[in-house]
Write a new protein. Structure first.
Length: 236
């Protein structure tokens, strides 16, 4: 069960009492279409916050605003000074004819990292995610679950204070999803990073999240997963 209490300092040396990221009154339109209205939340070190809601509810738009990839029309995003982000997209298109091993992909993907990686860091991260055997595998030959773990490895190698995961279990079978969410819970606990993730299935993430935000253009309800699962706003 996820339960990550803040301490005076986090494992990255920051003040755990100060949010890694906070959003206040976020609003966004695309033309005449309202996507987000009055959305507020905060994430602390070691905390897992999960966004749930129907397709088109604004979850990915909110994540893109949090990442700084999209500007909100109203409201403010505040990031802790020096915040390092690790982002895992829903999926990744790889050119089928491109010969690229997992190891080389991770090397290339992190060329812009503040500190050059050595091979032991890549191998250690693949081992943490229980895929050391994929180090020399071709990226195009991976299963859906294997590719998701490689994308998570790429995000972790940035040594983030905050991991942002857009449907990390996309394309993964039910057993694999439960295992992946358990891994994410372990990562948050052992590395002290915050996690903001999108999921469609509250029941799968209930044991691996601290707070749930039910989103449908606005915050319908939020709180501990057990409370949200019985909230009329979620059930409707």
């Amino acid at each position: 069960m996820a339960s990550h209490e803040g301490t005076t300092t986090d494992s990255h040396g920051g003040n755990a009492q100060q949010p890694l990221l906070s959003a206040v009154g976020i609003g966004k339109h695309f033309g005449d279409r309202l996507v987000l209205e009055g959305v507020s939340f905060a994430i602390h070190s070691g905390q897992i916050v999960t966004l749930i809601g129907p397709n088109g509810a604004g979850k990915t738009t909110l994540v893109r605003i949090a990442l700084g990839l999209l500007e909100a029309d109203t409201g403010t995003i505040t990031r802790r000074e020096g915040l390092r982000l690790g982002y895992m997209p829903q999926s990744l298109h790889v050119e089928p004819t491109l010969p690229l091993t997992v190891y080389r992909f991770l090397q290339l993907a992190l060329r812009g990292a503040p500190k050059p990686l050595d091979s032991t860091e890549i191998v250690a991260t693949l081992s943490l995610l229980q895929i050391p055997h994929l180090e020399q595998a071709q990226l195009t030959g991976l299963s859906g679950g294997e590719l998701q773990r490689v994308l998570l490895a790429r995000a972790l190698l940035r040594k983030p204070h905050l991991l942002v995961l857009d449907e990390p279990a996309q394309g993964v079978d039910i057993a694999g999803q439960a295992e992946l969410y358990s891994l994410i819970d372990t990562i948050a606990e052992t590395q002290g990073c915050g996690v903001l993730m999108i999921s469609h299935d509250l029941h799968l993430v209930m044991s691996s999240t601290d707070e749930v935000i039910c989103l449908n253009h606005h915050v319908c309800c939020h709180g501990k997963p057990e409370a949200v699962s019985t909230d009329p706003a979620y059930l409707s």
